[in-house]
Design a protein around this ligand. Structure first.
Ligand code: G6P
Length: 372
């Protein structure tokens, strides 16, 4: 087993380090140099995609947070309404589906029973089902009308890392692909972002190279009993994923919130020294959202919270307000989750290691849940 971990302390560490390659393989041959996106062999006709008037994303756990990012991308670039549902909630709320609904089922394993049941239900209702799976020949892939494979390679550690970044990548590719037939009003933006996506694997590598700083932070917080994560726009699902990782791996109570929601309740949790990790939107790309998140940081600080900001390299403002800044390379807003998630994974794994826990096999969890 030591050999298959490639000399790393755990499969999870090995898989985190494989993330640049997982994303590179997932985009390879799918984005042209001009920024056009081709998804060959999906199994669903272009004419079917052109008719779609609603998208419903279904998934569980980490995959569902990737799905939330798809909503921001598809609604912006394609102007098609998108709903995101946990697969186990979807079937029981009598959703409105028809032949013009695209159901996107996201699953690393392709065997999650809740997601499979959602796929079967959607097909019975006549919807078009595209799955995004990492495992070739999986049940969910076989039972869908079409499949877009993430090419992260086998993921062994229970907590998903490289498969998550590959899912986010596939979601963005799908959004960019759909935008091409929808006569997107943001055509130039979509082509520019597709080109930028080709460079993201190198930026993920640069983010991983900064692990030392994150590990030091994990050591500082080893006694923490609760950590809050907040984000806005696509930083919100990233916050949810950061909190999930910490719960799964380090058994620390953690919660993710939308930054704007804090004042509607969760701010009551902030007292002296409460650690709050804030995913900060790009100052250059979204100065309005950036300003709003800065004011949330000030609200937290005013109540004694201890703020760690995950912000981009070009952000000269955040250091004035946050106690600690973890910098990631700058990117377009919708690509940022591919970078901002990485320090949160490293943080959860680092804290678990500090506590002497087995990051590959956390208690009570299974890699794939094949019961409802
Ligand atoms: C389990 C795993 C999670 C994973 C979820 C969905 O609960 O512990 O890490 O996110 O299943 O798995 P899937 O294979 O469908 O992506």
């Amino acid at each position: 087993a030591a050999a298959s971990k490639g000399g790393h302390a755990s499969f999870m560490v090995k898989e985190m380090l494989e993330q640049p390659e997982a994303v590179r393989r997932t985009i390879q041959d799918r984005i042209g140099i001009d920024g056009s996106v081709r998804l060959d062999g999906l199994g669903i006709e272009e004419s079917t995609f052109a008719r779609i008037n609603k998208v419903v994303v279904v998934a569980c756990g980490t995959a569902s947070y990737g799905g939330q990012i798809a909503k921001y991308a598809i609604e912006r670039w394609c102007r098609i309404p998108v709903e995101v549902d946990l697969a186990h909630e979807f079937r029981y709320r009598t959703p409105l589906l028809d032949a013009r609904t695209l159901v996107v089922a996201i699953s690393q394993s392709g065997e999650t029973m809740d997601t499979l049941m959602a796929v079967r239900y959607a097909r019975e209702q006549g919807a078009v089902v595209l799955s995004i799976c990492n495992t070739q020949g999986s049940t969910i892939a076989r039972e869908s009308n079409g499949v877009l494979h993430t090419l992260a390679g086998p993921e062994i550690a229970v907590a998903s890392t490289k498969a998550f970044l590959a899912q986010v990548t596939a979601n963005l590719l799908l959004a960019l692909y759909l935008a091409q037939f929808r006569g997107s009003a943001l055509r130039e933006e979509t082509f520019a972002v597709a080109k930028e996506l080709r460079r993201i694997p190198d930026l993920i590598q640069r983010t991983l190279d900064r692990a030392g700083r994150v590990n030091a932070l994990a050591a500082d917080l080893r006694e923490a009993t609760s950590v809050l994560f907040i984000g806005r726009h696509v930083g919100f699902p990233v916050a949810l994923e950061g909190a999930l990782k910490l719960k799964e791996l380090a058994y620390i109570h953690a919660e993710g919130f939308a930054a704007g929601e804090l004042k509607h309740g969760a701010i009551a949790l902030i007292d002296q020294g409460q650690p709050v990790i804030v995913i900060v939107p790009s100052l250059r790309h979204s100065s309005l959202l950036h300003a709003k998140v800065m004011s949330t940081i000030q609200e937290v600080k005013a109540r004694g919270g201890w703020v760690v900001a995950v912000a981009d390299d070009g952000d000269g403002v955040v250091a004035e307000w946050a106690d600690e800044v973890i910098a990631v390379p700058e990117s377009s807003p919708l690509l940022a989750p591919l970078l901002t998630t990485v320090p949160l994974q490293l943080f959860a794994a680092g804290l678990a290691a500090e506590k002497g826990l087995d990051v590959d096999q956390p208690r009570n969890l299974a890699k794939s849940v094949t019961v409802e």
